[in-house]
Ligand binder design. Sequence first.
Ligand SMILES: [Zn+2]
Length: 396
Amino acid sequence: MTELLLKNVRPLGGAKVDILIREGRIARIGGDLACGGPAEDGAGAIALPAMVEAHAHLDKSLWGMGWHAHQAGPTLEDKISTERRLRRELNIDPARQSARQVALAAANGTTAIRSHVDIDTDQKLWCFEGVSATRERFRDVMDIEIVAFPQSGMMIRPGTLELMDEALANGADVVGGLDPCGIDRDPKGQLDAVFHLAEKHGKPIDIHLHEPDELGAFSLEMIVERTRALAMRGKVTVSHAFCLGMTDRARAHALVEKLAREDIAVATTAPASRPVPAAAELRNAGVRLCAGSDGIRDTWGPYGNLDMLERALFIGLRNNFRRDDEVEYALHICTQGGADVMALKDYGLREGAFADIVLVDAETVAEAVAARPRRKLVLKRGKPVARDSQALFTVE
Ligand SMILES: [Zn+2]
């Protein structure tokens, strides 16, 4: 029987307790527990549930490949076509780059990732196969969910739909989509195809929706209609949903209520440069909200580090959160919010749950978000995977 005792830790900033871990799960939380195995002294550190990166692109970072001067033009189409070109020119190998990101995410206290993975008629299933290999290789370190993502468009690139179908038959977990008006200029065609794939394979959906204002609202309503018609309540996520940040607040609120009725979740990166869904409005309406880093250090842009404690800070800043309970909610989006959207089983800091835990030195949870201290210890199913913000395993 494998046991580990975490001594003197404060779950979510509460009173000091011990956490007994047995066979990868939290067996007991209480005072002065005994253990047959090794012990770790938390010395009063806060214990957090490990973070959930609910929107990443593991196939496309340049992490570890030296500094890349940004080349793409300003539009979405520029970024997509530049990336397709540079992926081969720079040899952005999806298996190698996804492995590097697993180590980075673990070092930052993340133990579950939903990754969109490009599928197009140039790369075919190269990215999917690379990230699938990484998922298998790091099965004990990271739960990875793969979204089959038609980054270059679906209706405008014949053959993409068939490749997505193949990926879903071979282990992709989620059906992706992308700006059905803005990229494909065929919202009915793309959304019917996406929902058909979801129905055929029995998989959930996660659609990137960058379309602003009324255009985004139009697409969002088409997503809501299909979710209702096909009884996919609770199985659809819309990523970004910038249209919910539109200046017509009454219109945005009516859209939020429609999302709530169909239990459609929203994934945000809380970017500083775009309007975003208002986190408190979504919470009050009962809409599930998760967060992610999106692409990091890639041909799309020079920023990012897969640190979900930092992402909670960005959510706080973007939503003007100041009170402790508000800042705690920002972190909740990056932990339980992601676990809800990924439907992670037995997640959380409670007896019986998997022991996916991060220790940080801070007075309160809000201070942990504000100060982003190093991650003292990261456990995946009770096993240490990172210490002092360094992964305990190596990747090339
Ligand atoms: Zn994305």
